[in-house]
Design a protein. Structure first.
Length: 126
């Protein structure tokens, strides 16, 4: 039996949100979505998912700022944070990790691998 996880996905592109939501819900996971990273920060005060998936480049609060803010709030490292981006420059992956992101997945998202990638990040025991 596969474990079901709670995901919170933030991306300013509604099509990306819909795509990720379909992949995760089809695999049996609970998914909450938000196009606004600022609204997401407010909602995440009261909701603790297993994993937050966020676009790196967004208007207003970007994925790096979102990661920094969430890590400043979370006393434990139980909530995993995964950033997604089309930016292949390794400096972004390093910066994301330095701020507390647990994973960095390149766009375009591979529909055959994505669910496995994020569940592997959640299940990784440090």
């Amino acid at each position: 039996m596969t474990t079901s996880y709670k995901f919170y996905v933030v991306d300013d592109d509604p099509l990306v949100l819909e795509f990720i939501s379909k992949l995760l819900t089809k695999a049996g996971h609970e998914v909450r979505l938000n196009v606004s990273s600022l609204e997401a920060l407010n909602e995440l005060y009261d909701y603790t998912p297993d994993c937050v998936i966020s676009d790196l480049m967004m208007a207003g609060v970007d994925g790096l700022e979102l990661t920094r803010e969430l890590r400043s709030r979370l006393s434990s490292q139980q909530t995993k944070i995964v950033l997604i981006s089309a930016n292949k420059n390794e400096i972004w992956r390093i910066k994301a990790a330095s701020l507390g992101a647990n994973g960095y997945i390149l766009k375009p998202i591979n529909s055959n691998q994505f669910v496995h990638q994020v569940t592997t990040i959640i299940e990784n025991i440090d």
